[in-house]
Write a protein that binds this ligand. Sequence first.
Ligand SMILES: Nc1ncnc2c1ncn2[C@@H]1O[C@H](COP(=O)(O)OP(=O)(O)OP(=O)(O)O)[C@@H](O)[C@H]1O
Ligand SMILES: [Mg+2]
Length: 294
Amino acid sequence: MAETLAPMVEALQRGEVIADTEVDLEGPGRRILSFSGTPLRDAFGTLIGSVLIVRDVTGRREVEDLKDEVLSIASHDLRVPVAVIKAQAQLLRRLIDHKKADIGAIDEGLGSIVGQTDHLSRLLTLLLDLSRIEAGRLELAPAPMDLRLLISRTIKGMQATTRRHVLQLRAPQQVRGSWDEHRLQEVLENLLANAVKYSPKGGTIGVHVRAGKRSVTVRVNDQGIGLDLDEMPHVFERFYRAKGTRALEGAGLGLYVCQAIVAAHGGRLWAESAGSGHGSTFSFTLPHATMADA
Ligand SMILES: Nc1ncnc2c1ncn2[C@@H]1O[C@H](COP(=O)(O)OP(=O)(O)OP(=O)(O)O)[C@@H](O)[C@H]1O
Ligand SMILES: [Mg+2]
């Protein structure tokens, strides 16, 4: 700190003005300080002292960093699917113009457009959720529902996107509770999409639901690339992506949002893995009645 201040004190002693000079105090409790200073003179213009104002701008900088990250995701990850959708639509139009549009080609083109649209809408939802979480406005609308029904519907939708994986559900006939169905669907879609994406060789994805007296536990298990012990605590951080997965597309937001949704329900989400190459299990618990609803 003394080293940081010395050049500013010297500048003030020379009669110079310091305008919003930011200093990054790195370390575990990282703080960013902004210094503004002005020399004080008497009526004759003689330097008689100075004022140095220090402001803690850590929060402001974090918001700016977040905006940069979101913009970079928006400019890349949102552009790619839009470009693919446009290219597919143009290709279909050309096929029609040249009377080569057989049903197989149309089906393939439309399938790709629908897939990219789903991807786009998922990303937009993640970005909107992120802004709500950061603003502390992730509100839930809990209502009585059957979790088994929601999971089996979500599994069906995900199974339609992959031939390499077999998705299996083990759950009681009915799992009643009061939860925000729309938000829980997001959690399930994210966990299942991860299980598919991070097991590129395929395999079984098991979803296991256990209903206890007070809470329900859902486990999503895959036979994919797994997680190292040192990666495990970080996967729920905003924008975090493990070393081996950066070639696969993703923004590093899915689990961050899932955790916020589960926590808002009064539950907990955690990861387990026997290590790299040995698959992963993501589990969450939910109390039968959401706190906001109780
Ligand atoms: N089932 C899984 N197996 C192995 N690693 C996983 C699994 N799920 C998540 N991860 C690791 O955790 C990281 C964070 O996951 P998260 O879902 O938050 O982001 P993402 O999948 O990279 O992008 P997106 O925002 O599109 O979901 C991933 O990049 C990956 O490294
Ligand atoms: Mg993900």
